[in-house]
Each structure stands twice: as structure tokens, then as C-alpha cells.
Ligand binder design. Structure first.
Ligand code: DOR
Ligand code: ZN
Length: 345
């Protein structure tokens, strides 16, 4: 097979940032994706309906001319989130989901949730109206080893919340372990997971063996190879519980390459080429469309996109090593393998 046509894909987990950075990274996503769930971890975060409306408008005005890209907005859940505000934003279709960051789990998560009893009423309301909760699934307990934080989150936080609030629809985002894959597989219709491009490609050796590679550092951190394989298996299986959320998270090289560098891999530019390579290697090119374009809308109860994109296989495809922004260069994720599939313009 050397040509593949897919329904136009969506990205169910994306960081667009704001200002100059947003203007630089937005075209990298709108080129190929019709919609994206836009993460609310700005500084300060997007916490109210009004914040979301204003952020949406800034995205729409930064969008390249002629692009039909639709940002799907999220609210950042805090212990102060008001049910009334959240329901109003959901009622008018302003928000598509709510994001839960355990306080301190990752970039700009300081306003996240410390005491889960304080968000119980909000979560109950979300269950009532079917508004999905996107979850950053890592505990923040310093006693827990960073490589175990996802598995611990399932047991200590996620499973208790789901038992307590039946009907709450949850997307466990950027899963990195076979534990999470197993949990989602056996979790019924109210739970799904996104998988990033980079977690399908790298394991923890890529970050740490033979020199430290800050551009491969992200959160949740990549785990050992057996977990990466479980992710590839889940993504390429066609199982409707798994879909693409790139978690493309731009940071300038200056912010990545320092004594305490930021977490995030920037994959918006070359994601589709990389995914085609991964799915081809797994003998599952026929399931790429389910992962990029069908399973996500089905879980979010949204229509699939009208248009299509076509991928063509040929001699190797190259991408710029970095994209320029007014704040400095942002390195594009290096998959460390030759790519052969290009998106036809
Ligand atoms: O690697 C990450 N980068 N993980 C996150 O959860 C946040 C993201 C960011 O905003 O940079
Ligand atoms: Zn993210």
C-alpha cells in the first residue's frame, strides 16, 4: 500500500499556549487536523466560561486564513470551580470537556485539585449532563516513584472517583503504562484513553541512555519498553476506547535545555507521518483512521469530520528540526527513525 485516505483527523489533547507561541504553533496543527481539544493550562489557567470564550476568540483570530479548524475548549478544574458557570458554558456548547490536573502534577498545574472531595459536586453535575472529564493521571505524592505515578493514580484516585460518581465520563489522557491500558480496556463505556505520538515511539532509554535528552522529557514520563509495546498494541488494535491526543506541548529550546527543563514534546508538525510509520510497522495501517479520526468523535459524541486527508508513501520525508517563534526556536520531536509517509497537500 502506498496511498492512504483517512477522514480528516482530530487531536484530542493539544497545547496551543497563547500570544506569539500560539501564532507560531497553531498552523502546525491546522494544516492537518480539523479539531483539537485545547488544554487550559495557560498562566493564569482557563477556569471560567468567560476565560474559555476569550481564549477561543484569540485562537480563532490567530488561525490561518481559510482554515476551518475548530478549537474544542476545556475548563481547568479547580477547587473553586462553580457548578453554575460550568453548566452554562456546557449548555451553550462553549466547552467540550473539563480538565483535571492533580495540583503540582505538571506544567502550570499549581491551581489544580488537592482535595477531591471539594470537586465532588462539580463532577456529579458533569456526570448528569454527560460532560467528559479529561484527566492527567499521575499522583503527586513525592513518596511515589515517578515511574509508578500513573499506576498509583488509577488505584488511589481514579477508580475511587469513578465508583463514587457512576456515569462520569472520563478520558484518561496520554496513558503511558500497560496498567492504564488494562484499566481502560476493562472499564466499560464511560472511560477511554488518549495516546500520544511520542509515547508510541520512545521508552525511557531514549531519554536517559547514552546522554540525557531533554527533548524527550515529558509528563507522564515515558516508561520501559514493555509499556510502550502495550500502547502500540492498544492504539493499533482498533479498540474504540483508544484515540489520538498528541499532547504536543511546545516549549522554547531555552526552556527545555536548562538545569531544570520543562516537560513536553512538540509533535504537531510530524505526527501523522510518524503514526503512519508506527501503524505500518505493526501491520495495522487499516486501523490508523479509527485511531486518528473515528474513535475520538465517537467517545465525545461528536460527528466525524467531512473532509479527508491522503497520505502517500515514498522516499524518506524530512521535517524541519525546529520551528521559529518570536520567543525562540521550538524543537520538533525527532522520532529517531526514517519516515516515509507524507500528507499530500
Ligand atoms: O509533557 C507535558 N507537557 N505534560 C503535561 O502534562 C503538560 C505539558 C505542557 O503543558 O507543557
Ligand atoms: Zn498535556
Amino acid at each position: 500500500m502506498d496511498r492512504l485516505t483517512l477522514r480528516r483527523p482530530d487531536d484530542w489533547h493539544l497545547h496551543l499556549r497563547d500570544g506569539a507561541m500560539m501564532r507560531a504553533v497553531l498552523p502546525e496543527t491546522t494544516r492537518h487536523f480539523a479539531r483539537a481539544i485545547v488544554m487550559p493550562n495557560l498562566v493564569p489557567p482557563v477556569v471560567t466560561g468567560r476565560d474559555a470564550a476569550e481564549y477561543r476568540d484569540r485562537i480563532l483570530s490567530a488561525k490561518p486564513k481559510g482554515s476551518k479548524f475548530r478549537p474544542l475548549m476545556t475548563l481547568y478544574l479547580t477547587e473553586e470551580t462553580e457548578v453554575r458557570d460550568l453548566r452554562a458554558a456546557a449548555d451553550i456548547g462553549l466547552i467540550t470537556a473539563v480538565k483535571l490536573y492533580p495540583a503540582g502534577a505538571t506544567t502550570n498545574s499549581a491551581s489544580g485539585v488537592r482535595d477531591f472531595t471539594k470537586v465532588r459536586r462539580v463532577l456529579e453535575n458533569m456526570a448528569q449532563i454527560g460532560l467528559p472529564l479529561c484527566v492527567h493521571g499521575e499522583v503527586t505524592d513525592p513518596e511515589i516513584d515517578i515511574f509508578d505515578r500513573e499506576a498509583a493514580f488509577i488505584e488511589r484516585v481514579l477508580d475511587p472517583i469513578r465508583r463514587d460518581i457512576p456515569g462520569l465520563r472520563v478520558i484518561m489522557e496520554h496513558v503511558t503504562t500497560s496498567d492504564a491500558v488494562d484499566y481502560v480496556r476493562s472499564g466499560g463505556d464511560d472511560i477511554a484513553a488518549t495516546i500520544t505520538t511520542h509515547h508510541l515511539v520512545i521508552n525511557r532509554n531514549h531519554i536517559l541512555a547514552g546522554g540525557i535528552r531533554p527533548h524527550y522529557y515529558c509528563l507522564p514520563v515515558a516508561k520501559r519498553e514493555s509499556h510502550r509495546r502495550a500502547l502500540v498494541q492498544a492504539a493499533t488494535s482498533g479498540d474504540a476506547s483508544f484515540f489520538l491526543g498528541t499532547d504536543s506541548a511546545p516549549h522554547t529550546d531555552a526552556a527545555k535545555l536548562q538545569a531544570c527543563g520543562c516537560a513536553g514534546c512538540f509533535t504537531a508538525t510530524n505526527t501523522l507521518s510518524i503514526l503512519a510509520e508506527v501503524f505500518e510497522a505493526a501491520g495495522a495501517l487499516d486501523r490508523l483512521e479509527a485511531f486518528t479520526s473515528l474513535n475520538g468523535p465517537a467517545f465525545y459524541r461528536l460527528p466525524v469530520n467531512d473532509g479527508t486527508i491522503t497520505l502517500e508513501r515514498g522516499d524518506s520525508v524530512t521535517y524541519p528540526a525546529a520551528i521559529d517563534t518570536e520567543d525562540g526556536p521550538v524543537t520538533v520531536f525527532d522520532p529517531g527513525m526514517p519516515l516515509h509517509w507524507r500528507v499530500r497537500d
